[in-house]
Design a protein around this ligand. Structure first.
Ligand code: FES
Ligand code: FES
Length: 174
């Protein structure tokens, strides 16, 4: 006999706005955003934590939203692609501007996850956090191509737009 579905009132802070919804306790942040809060910028690729299409920022750190239960995200600040720019729709985050300027996408399906991941990654790097390819683990220094590729390796692009994605991110960092 299947287990009974348990619903729960969940309050999430998304892009600075407190949102409440009644959710099956098994609902992920990704499905809460897309199916219950009408925030469809965050994409579902694999739903298994392997492609990065669903990347959002949770308390400023990048996370695969398909792997985080909404009930576990209560009390955290979630930032999605819709919340990265300024208050006006035409005001873009510098990473969004860079992706446009460098033509860093083709179909665009992976782009929201790439951009959220890049924003989180640039913050990690600015704090001096090393990556697997950092020569100096204490003070990693500037982000070169190898560092950007390694730090973004959790975000797959089926179109293979990697060259321009790396260029775009590098242009923001410099
Ligand atoms: S949809 Fe979450 S990692 Fe692929
Ligand atoms: S631009 Fe198409 S999947 Fe990345």
């Amino acid at each position: 006999m299947p287990a009974p579905v348990t619903s729960h009132r969940v309050e999430l802070e998304v892009n600075g706005v407190r949102r409440a919804c009644e959710l099956d306790t098994r609902t992920t942040v990704l499905d809460a955003l897309r199916e219950h809060l009408d925030l469809t910028g965050t994409k579902k690729g694999c739903d298994h934590g392997q492609c990065g299409a669903c990347t959002v920022l949770i308390d400023g750190r990048r996370a695969n939203s398909c792997l985080v239960l909404a009930v576990a995200a209560q009390g955290s600040a979630i930032t999605t692609i819709e919340g990265l720019g300024g208050p006006e729709p035409e005001t873009l985050h510098p990473v969004q501007d860079a992706f446009l300027e460098h033509d860093a996408f083709q179909c665009g399906y992976c782009t929201p996850g790439q951009i959220c991941s890049a924003v989180g990654m640039l913050d990690e790097a600015s704090r001096g956090w090393p990556s697997a390819v950092s020569d100096d683990l204490v003070s990693p220094g500037e982000l070169g191509t190898d560092e950007i590729r390694e730090r973004m390796s959790g975000n797959l692009c089926r179109c293979g737009a990697y060259v321009n994605i790396v260029e775009a991110i590098g242009s923001v960092e410099q």
